[in-house]
Design a protein around this ligand. Sequence first.
Ligand SMILES: C[C@H](O)[C@H](O)[C@H]1CNC2=NC(N)=NC(=O)C2=N1
Length: 98
Amino acid sequence: MTEKLKDDERGTLVGPLLATGWEMVEGRDAIRKTFEFKNFVEAFGWMTQVAIWAEKLNHHPEWDNVYRTVNVVLTTHDVDGLSALDVKLAGKMNSLAE
Ligand SMILES: C[C@H](O)[C@H](O)[C@H]1CNC2=NC(N)=NC(=O)C2=N1
């Protein structure tokens, strides 16, 4: 069963993500990041790869895409806050965008 991150876990698990452009969402227990790509095809290709991982993890982003920009919010709806799945998917998104 997925659990909401405990306070003492957040520094070690979410902290490193904040150093890579992720930030806390105001008023939500969620993280957000804007990814910029060379063009729409690159952006959509990345979204496609992420979508496959989201299905594999059964954990899905809240995202929108305008041309070469993808705005992403991650949170775990089942626990109404951040979980290890958000950390895992955020890390995967980062590595797929490198
Ligand atoms: C039924 C299905 O397993 C659940 O709705 C999964 C799907 N993907 C999900 N994605 C996210 N971000 N949070 C969830 O709680 C979640 N739950």
